[in-house]
Design a protein around this ligand. Structure first.
Ligand code: HMG
Ligand code: MG
Length: 302
């Protein structure tokens, strides 16, 4: 049986914009976040406290969170942000934020490219970050990138992903988000991965799935994850996105496409699709190109 309700973890303002070549003004980002919340998305990842040289688009993270605090008050502190290390955590703590996400890699090559550290050394960076976040009462999510395939290493063994995920949970992360960073995974692979985690004692309630749509498989993969019992799905409004440090990564699963699927299946999601399409259409105008989401295109015309 399918779950009755799904939590959509919106990553548009972070994963969606981080790869955008031209700088998006901070007031546009703030309005994007507000509109996503207004459309009924309850979890909106707002930005990253990474090194500004690594992701120039998100160099305004503190300014954005300040604006959102002015607009939304207390509620802004519940918007999750990425922090790779203790320096990032300090920046989030200064602003009183309550939800942070670390981001590890299942492969050595991507760990080096994205974090400037190998598989073991990324964990040494995360350990004190998670420990201090937990001690301060924060909720910690852990992403695992390259869970299906890696542009430099090829297919990634399921056991390698489970091993990395296990280590991140052992550090104290509450939830793992399994990323198909370059969008090469297919449905049977998703089922096998979720089952492998269950066999290792990590049930689907501890997992989220994070699909990029490079090969057009993201929605089919989400359906497979849903059938395997996962109830948290990452998605990006309008299908924006890509990772600056992963060759061939394109946009995330579009939130609108996911919402359309869930509605059809009778699974509750809480999102107002018309408001969301309006937001993605507005954002597409700001970015100067149409949304790649099929659902946005269909509904924006009707
Ligand atoms: P590094 O150069 O090894 O850092 O980068 P370091 O620890 O050696 O420090 C060097 C300098 O950076 C120091 O300054 C630090 O203070 C500063 P200096 O003393 O030279 O003046 N520094 C920072 N400044 C601001 N904020 C920070 C910070 N940390 C250090 N947090 C580092 C290591 C991790 C910082 C760097 O590699 C980095 O920022 N990487 C981020 C890459 C990134 O954001 N990638 C995209 C997100 S991941 C993704 O998109 C995948 C995902 O969507 C899931 C999926 O699809 O698979 C999540
Ligand atoms: Mg991603």
């Amino acid at each position: 049986a399918l779950p009755q309700r799904v939590r959509i973890y919106e990553v548009g303002p972070r994963d969606g914009l981080q790869n955008e070549a031209s700088l998006v003004p901070v007031e546009v980002k703030a309005e994007f976040v507000r509109r996503l919340l207004d459309a009924g998305l309850t979890t909106v990842e707002a930005t990253s406290f990474v090194h500004p040289r690594w992701v120039p688009q998100l160099a305004d993270a503190a300014e954005l969170m300040g604006r959102l605090a002015d607009d939304l008050g207390e509620a802004s502190r519940d918007l999750p942000v990425l922090v790779p290390n203790e320096r990032g955590l300090d920046r989030a703590l200064e602003l009183g934020l309550r939800h942070v996400a670390i981001f590890g890699s299942a492969t050595e090559t991507f760990a080096r490219r994205n974090l400037n550290r190998g598989l073991e050394s990324q964990l040494e960076m995360f350990a004190p970050t998670v420990a201090r976040a937990r001690a301060a009462g924060l909720d910690v999510r852990a992403y695992v990138s390259m869970c299906f395939g890696d542009p430099w290493e090829g297919p990634v063994p399921v056991a390698q992903v489970v091993a990395t995920g296990r280590r991140l949970l052992d550090l104290g992360a509450g939830q793992l988000s399994l990323g198909d960073t370059i969008g090469v995974g297919t449905a049977a692979h998703v089922t096998a991965l979720v089952e492998a985690f269950a066999d290792a004692g990590i049930g689907p309630d501890r997992l989220a799935l994070h699909f990029h749509d490079t090969y057009g498989q993201a929605l089919a993969n989400a359906a497979a994850g849903l059938r395997a019992g996962v109830t948290t799905f990452d998605a990006s409004a309008g299908g924006l996105g890509g990772c600056p440090y992963a060759a061939s990564a394109t946009g995330n699963l579009a939130t609108e496409d996911l919402v359309w699927l869930l509605t059809g299946l009778g699974v509750e999601h809480g999102v107002d699709l018309d408001a969301l399409v309006g937001t993605s259409t507005w954002m597409a105008e700001r970015l100067g190109r149409p949304s790649p989401s099929a659902v946005v295109r269909a509904l924006a015309q009707s």
